[in-house]
Write a protein that binds this ligand. Structure first.
Ligand SMILES: Nc1ncnc2c1ncn2[C@@H]1O[C@H](COP(=O)(O)OP(=O)(O)OP(=O)(O)O)[C@@H](O)[C@H]1O
Length: 403
């Protein structure tokens, strides 16, 4: 759990130091700096902002860099400094580290913000990232495989983009990359599929809590991005001409996706009004054909928010159970950071009942929560659900603490 957080020169946050609790509510008007506070924690954990790619957009105007520093409850410290030219300095326990994944592993951070609300309708990248967040934290071997796969894919795509006719030398180079891609692909798919299978019951349970009326109707599916019954290099070879025309690689793990499906096979009571039959038959039970749709086409915006929240939050108990299992197997009792949930604009698009369901679900999870809100009307509920939540009021980049 983050025990102390220090931020300097991130957007309108000049110098901030705060001592968070297990639950933290950040309240302030539009533009006061609430989201920037969440952004700082995300930056520390993932090495990038969830709002802008270029550091110069979030580094405070007229400053050269931004720094975020966190002390965890077991005294570990994590720090990141981002400079305008994107140079990054990372520190774990005062020692420089060269790989962001080391900090990500130390501080699993899960974000639920308004921009993720369209993830069901958008391209596959954000849904793939959702699955990969869990795979990264549960399968140690996944990240190196994924990095190696992406390196080879980049080389392949850059060659496909450069030419439509390969020389013999280029062809043999491409075939050796495809062999490498194929080996990584099999492992990446294996990790993803394992984690996906474990995740499904947790998702179903979470839907029962957050969207009970859809409990029997929503399900998840995983698509590997290629036909996993045939080695990827064989398929890449078969479609080489098409890829050369397109200028990029069309199939592979980078096209993996998850979908949420809605299904209905309810029977309804069809009241007949036919006078001749009315005397003998009051109602006829008609079995309607099963309807199947992408959930995004059926749910309201508020329901979609609950569904996306459910997709994310259902990953936490699985991650924690998995950690407990592997710690006991390895006899490793070293504590690991409590996952952090960042909830931006918590009340947006949710009615009172939905907010109550969401917060009471969250309060039961062993995680540290940072949530932002424009108004303080959620405070009574938060105080009911958490033991000693911290309330921070933000005004023009200045933060004050009220208990
Ligand atoms: N690079 C920057 N340097 C200085 N200030 C910035 C920079 N980028 C954005 N800002 C300012 O920082 C402020 C904080 O924005 P932030 O998005 O954190 O506010 P918020 O409280 O989450 O608002 P909302 O409720 O509208 O989402 C804004 O007023 C914005 O103009």
């Amino acid at each position: 759990m983050i025990e102390r957080l220090q931020i300097s020169h991130l957007r309108n946050l000049t110098k901030i130091s705060l001592e968070p609790a297990a639950c933290n509510i950040i309240i302030g008007a539009n533009g006061s700096g609430k989201t920037s506070l969440l952004e700082s924690i995300f930056l520390l954990s993932r090495g990038k902002s969830f709002r802008h790619h270029q550091p110069k957009r979030y580094i405070q105007h007229h400053q050269n860099n931004t720094t975020v520093h966190a002390k965890l409850n077991d005294s570990r410290t994590l720090a990141i400094q981002k400079q305008a030219d994107a140079t990054t300095i990372l520190r774990l326990n005062q020692t420089t580290v060269y790989n962001q994944s080391i900090l990500t592993e130390q501080l699993p951070t899960l974000l639920i913000d308004p921009s993720t609300m369209d993830m069901l309708e958008q391209g596959s990248a954000s849904r793939r990232q959702l699955l990969d967040w869990l795979v990264f934290h549960m399968k140690q071997g996944f990240h190196p495989q994924w990095m190696a796969y992406q390196r080879l894919l980049k080389q392949r795509n850059s060659l496909l983009k450069r030419t439509r006719h390969l020389t013999q030398v280029q062809l043999s180079e491409l075939k050796s990359w495809d062999k490498g891609l194929s080996n990584h692909a099999a492992l990446i798919h294996h990790y993803r599929e394992q984690v996906f299978t474990e995740w499904q019951p947790y998702f179903a349970k979470s839907i029962v809590q957050l969207l009970p009326s859809y409990a029997e109707q929503l399900s998840l599916s995983y698509n590997a991005g290629y036909d996993t019954s045939v080695a990827l290099d064989v398929q890449l070879n078969e479609r080489l001409e098409q890829d050369l025309q397109l200028g990029y690689t069309r199939i592979g793990n980078h096209r993996a996706d998850i979908h949420v499906h809605w299904r209905s096979d309810e029977s309804i009571s069809d009241q007949t009004t036919d006078a001749r039959t009315a005397a003998s038959v009051n109602s006829i039970q008609t079995k309607l054909p099963t309807l199947k749709e992408q959930a995004a086409n059926v749910l309201s915006r508020g329901e979609k928010k609950l569904l996306i929240t459910s997709l994310r939050l259902s990953q936490l108990p699985l991650l924690l159970n998995d950690r407990e299992r592997s710690d006991s197997l390895n006899d490793d009792l070293s504590s690991r950071a409590t996952p952090v949930v960042l909830l931006d604009d918590i009340t947006a698009e949710l009615d009172d009942r939905a907010i109550e369901i969401l917060l009471s679900t969250l309060a039961k999870l062993p995680c540290q929560v940072f949530m932002t809100s424009l108004a303080d009307d959620i405070l009574p509920l938060v105080h009911e659900l958490w033991l000693q939540p911290n309330t921070f009021h933000v005004k023009q980049g200045k933060i004050s603490f009220t208990n």
